[in-house]
Each structure stands twice: as C-alpha cells, then as structure tokens.
Design a protein around this ligand. Structure first.
Ligand code: CP
Length: 320
C-alpha cells in the first residue's frame, strides 16, 4: 500500500502489522535514546489545512523519532493566501524532496485527490490522510485500536483480541470521521459495535456502506442505556459545533443529560469498562469532567501517548 486514506479496505494482516510495529516502537520510545535511524534522509511534509494539536504534533514527533526531516506547513502564512492551489502546493513540496505528506482538510476527498495526482506524476510520494471532512481519520482509529488491543494483551496486541467485545460509540457520529474509521476497524476485528446518538446526529448513508456480514454486529440506538449495557469500551466523540447548522446543534446541557458519560452511567457497563475520547473534549458535555481525569476508567492520556508509536509505525511501514 502506497497511501493510507481510509480503513474501509484495510486487511487483517495490515491491522496486525501496524499493531505489532507500534508495539516495537512503544518500546523504543520507553528506551533512553527514543530514536531510530529508520527514515534517515526522508522528508515528511505535515500539511494541515485545518486546526490540529494531537495529529499534527504526533506525526511531527513520530517523524523526528524515526530520524526523518519534517516540513511543517501553515496555510495562513503560505502561498495559498496568494491563490496557489492545494495540488500545486503538494507538487512544490515534492519538488523540494518530500517523500511523505500528511494531509488534513475540512473537505472529504482532498488527501485522495492529492494521492491520485502524485500517482499520475509517478512521484513515489505517499499520502497519509490526517483527517478529511466527514470521511476518515485512519491514524486516530489505529491508535484507538492499539490502545484497546494493548490493554487486552500488552506484549502481543492483535486485531483478533477484539472478537466478542462490545464497544459503544456515543455522540456526534454524523460529523465524525473518527467514528467512521473506528466502525471499520472494530467491525473488522469482530466486535459488536453499538452506536448511540440523537437521531439527527447519525449518518444513515454511511451506515448503508457497511457490508452485510459485518452489519449483523452493528446496532443503532437513540438512547444511551442499551448501548452501554455490558459494554467493554465506551468511545465518546466531540460534538463538532463548527460543522453543525443551528437546527442540528443540541443544547449542550440537554445533550449531557441524555448522552453524557458519567461515573453513574458507567455502572451499566462491564465493571472493567474503559472510556476513550479522540480529543479535543468539550469538558462536561461528552463526558463529565471528573471522568475525564479519572485514572481508573479514562484512556484519554494513553491514546495520546500511543499516537506517537502508532504514527511511527505508519510512517515506517509506508516509508520503507
Ligand atoms: N483527535 C484529533 O484528531 O485531534 P487533533 O484535532 O488535535 O489533531
């Protein structure tokens, strides 16, 4: 595979290769040197046309830990402001020697479009989707997967560990590229996936794209309790206010009352339940502030830490 745009067609072998490689890099990150020469001489261009803290910084750190050189692109101070197109911007970075481009954009399809142009030019450049519109956020779902599988077996995280687990995905699924990528990976791993959201925040068209054998393990709820009952993992999602028109945006207080995850509501779940959130969090909306900082249930810090090892794995696997 030359590019990572979507998890829709990821194979079990590819998931396992990412998990195993990330596990090795997690050991490197715990070592004294924290660095390997694997991508020495390669150039990674971080092209974020939309704000980011975690994805941009962890791709940057991952590239540095692999000894690659990194170009950070800031749209507001770039020649985009003079009318240069995204494709011409990508060609400019290619001409400077970029081998890998990580692209985030508010429009679905931009990373794929750049990948097709780079292939048409036989550039050899690899494109990573750093999150495009409402489409996909593959590296986030892969770090979520690694976080869950490492918890189930730290030494040997494999996709098959998910078989039979119940995962609830709660919140603004309609606007969530993270949810779409997670639904793909969790169903591929054999989970039961339970979506819980107000009906206005569910992506009915996307759900139609799930293949019929996997669809048997995908459940949609307009209420929280059936999704949470006996769940092993609860994935919460940010209410993406910036993508909502007024008539879709629920009152934040009402949303928290109906769908907010609290210590009290976790009593419906498996006693060992863990809570994830891709960040950034609307504190006190998707989950209570106490739960967010809770060392017993929350995996939010672990997700961020694992993001570096997983992105090292992705750059390594594609860059070699
Ligand atoms: N989860 C995520 O994509 O966070 P950032 O927007 O901070 O990159």
């Amino acid at each position: 595979r030359k590019h990572i745009i979507s998890l829709e067609d990821f194979t079990i072998d590819e998931y396992d290769a990412v998990l195993t490689t990330a596990s090795s890099f997690k050991s490197v990150l715990k070592s004294r040197t924290k660095k390997v020469p694997a991508l020495q001489g390669q150039v990674v261009a971080n092209m974020f046309f939309e704000p980011s803290t975690r994805t941009r910084s962890s791709f940057e750190l991952a590239a540095k830990r692999l000894s690659a050189d990194i170009l950070n692109f800031a749209p507001g101070t770039s020649s985009l402001t003079k009318g240069e197109t995204i494709l011409d911007t990508a060609k400019t970075y290619w001409a400077m020697g970029a081998n890998i481009m990580v692209i985030r954009h508010s429009n679905s399809g931009v990373p794929l479009n750049v990948a097709m142009e780079m292939d048409r030019l036989n550039s050899g450049v690899s494109i990573f989707n750093g999150g495009d519109g409402l489409h996909q956020h593959p590296s986030q779902a892969l770090l979520d997967l690694f976080t869950i599988c490492s918890l189930l077996d730290e030494k040997n995280p494999q996709l098959s560990l998910l078989k039979g687990k119940k995962v609830a995905i709660v919140g603004d699924i309609l606007h969530s590229r993270v949810a779409r990528s997670n639904i793909n990976s969790l169903l591929a791993g054999g989970c039961e996936v339970h979506l819980a959201a107000p009906p206005t925040l569910l992506p009915s068209l996307f759900l139609e794209t799930i293949n019929s054998s996997q669809k048997k393990r995908l459940f949609v709820h307009w209420h929280l309790k059936p999704a949470l009952e006996n769940a092993d993992f609860v994935m919460t999602l940010r209410l993406q206010k910036e993508r909502m028109t007024d008539y879709l945006l629920p009152s934040l207080r009402e949303y928290h009352q109906l769908f907010g995850i609290t210590h009290e509501r976790l009593q419906w779940c498996n006693p060992e339940v863990k809570v994830l959130h891709p960040g950034p969090v609307n504190r006190g909306v998707e989950l209570s502030s106490e739960l967010m900082d809770d060392g017993k249930y929350s995996l939010i810090g672990e997700q961020v830490t694992n993001g570096v090892a997983v992105r090292m794995a992705l750059l390594y696997l594609i860059g070699n």
